[in-house]
Design a protein around this ligand. Structure first.
Ligand code: ADQ
Length: 457
């Protein structure tokens, strides 16, 4: 059997020392790579004066990692530009934030060509190639142009947008056409798959074929939903460790018998943080009897700080949280603890466990692994309640959560009240089902389903 070559914008190989800040995805891909003795290729995160195409190779955590550097202009136009100022907002339905600059599109094409050129000598005849996310949509096309005949798969971690929104993108048919150079394309949800089919059928005259196949642009490829899971085993092990237990105890002490509501997100406008704060303010206004009995801990790690929209949302969140705290705080109670730093996974596990409610209210999200982690961290005897946005991909699988419309303050405020009052029997019944599903659809199942489908034929 051939090796697996995974390609993503950045690589994050597992450190040999456990318990760090590794995401579930890095762990799962690393395991897949070990099984298939593969290579993980991506941008090093470093820049050089002039692009050289040199590849740095290292072994980390049993995985071979190969990286290349990019030029400053590449980072500005491809990464900060087309990926994070054009595709990210557009695919999250934020046309108002989407930049349609020609130089960004040129940078995106140039860097995808550089990825292809640089990785080309590493690909052997029998290998399978698995490309990840919106940064690299045209990469299969670039590889095909250079004669690569291997089976190539693609997985989109973010949502595919509604048809009328993607048509606002200049050269949208070219972007979609590039997906037909893959053998297999995976989306997070049925919703994204349906939106993609709608586009293919109604915009470019494509047709639905047998099974997973779609035809357009004179080509046929396979498209399906492969909802990503979390690494339940790794997370449960972390939960049993000293660090998680210490964090849990620390939270218990600092809570003073108050009930904690937890939010954990990258600081991103798609996560609905401002709307969440405003919904929580509504809850405080509606329920004066619960003042001093609850608080919201919002952990929001800054990300993409070079992009203006991220600086703006950060400023707005500082303002809104400050205003709410100014209006409602008492000498010994602060309604929102707002924290702008990252935590290790084992610390997070303990913090989640101490929270009575998990508040996960993105305005739009490919999947959202925080929703899954919150559930996995709960005490089976006395589990907390997950409040989940209907616009997170996770809502397709997690119907036993309290599903809310994150744009409605009343809806979220009502769900907070309901979650705080939910009887133990109902909490356990909902949690048992959620947890059983998390186990059967964990990240290894996701990886195996995709890799099996890619390798068949
Ligand atoms: P993200 O937008 O980053 O991922 P998410 O799925 O929630 O969103 O994953 C975030 C991960 O980072 C989680 O594992 C979480 O624990 C961790 N994390 C977040 N804030 C943290 C903090 N302050 N400290 C430590 N860790 C933190 C993209 C898509 C999602 C999709 C994933 C995977 O946007 O929709 O679910 O990829 O496909």
């Amino acid at each position: 059997m051939g090796r697996l070559i995974v390609i993503s914008n950045r690589v994050s190989p597992p450190s040999d020392v456990g318990g760090g800040t590794q995401g579930g995805l890095a762990m799962a891909l690393a395991a897949a790579l070990r099984e298939h003795s593969g290579i993980w290729f991506g941008w090093s995160g470093q820049t050089t004066e002039t692009y050289s195409g040199q590849v740095g190779v290292q072994r980390a955590g049993g995985v071979t990692v190969a990286t290349m550097d990019l030029e400053d202009q590449d980072v500005q136009e491809y990464y900060n530009g087309y990926a994070n100022k054009t595709l990210w907002p557009l695919f999250h339905h934020r046309v108002d934030l989407t930049a349609y600059e020609r130089s960004f599109g040129e940078g995106y094409a140039r860097v995808n060509a550089r990825f292809a050129e640089t990785v080309l000598p590493l690909i052997e005849e029998e290998d399978f190639v698995w490309i990840h996310d919106y940064h690299l949509i045209p990469l299969a096309q670039e590889l095909r142009r250079r004669g690569v005949k291997n089976r190539i798969g693609f997985f989109l971690h973010i949502p595919w947008p509604a048809r009328h929104l993607i048509t606002t993108l200049p050269r949208h048919p070219q972007l979609v056409e590039a997906l037909f150079d893959y053998d297999l394309v995976g989306f997070q949800t049925q919703d994204s798959l349906e939106a993609f089919k709608d586009y293919v059928v109604h915009e470019v005259g494509g047709s639905l074929g047998e099974g997973r196949t779609l035809s357009a642009f004179g080509r046929t490829a396979e498209f399906d939903a492969f909802p990503i899971g979390m690494d339940v085993a790794e997370f449960t092990a972390a939960l049993d460790g000293e660090t998680a237990k210490r964090e849990y105890a620390r939270m218990q002490t600092s809570m003073l018998d108050r009930q904690m509501i937890i939010g954990v997100d990258r600081l991103d406008y798609s996560k609905g943080l401002e709307e969440r704060f405003l919904a929580y303010e509504q809850f405080l206004q509606d329920n004066p009897d619960l003042h001093e009995k609850v608080f919201l801990l919002q952990i929001a790690t800054p990300s993409r700080e070079d992009v203006e929209a991220y600086q703006e949302i950060r400023g707005r969140l500082d303002g809104v949280s400050g205003r709410i705290n100014g209006a409602f705080s008492t000498v010994d109670w602060v309604p929102i603890r707002y924290v702008n730093r990252g935590y290790r996974r084992d610390q997070l596990a303990g913090i989640y466990r101490a929270a009575k409610l998990g508040l996960v209210t993105p305005l739009r999200d490919g999947m959202n692994l925080v929703a899954k982690e919150y559930v996995a961290a709960q005490d089976p005897e006395d589990p907390g309640v997950l409040i989940l946005s209907r616009f997170a991909g996770a809502a397709e699988q997690m119907g036993e959560a309290l599903i809310v419309n994150p744009f409605s303050r009343e809806d979220v405020s009502d769900a907070i009240l309901r979650g705080l009052a939910m009887p133990l029997a109902e909490r356990r019944r909902r949690w048992d089902r959620l947890m059983a599903d998390l186990r059967t659809t964990d990240v290894s199942a996701w990886r195996d389903d995709f890799v099996r489908a890619l390798m068949s034929n």
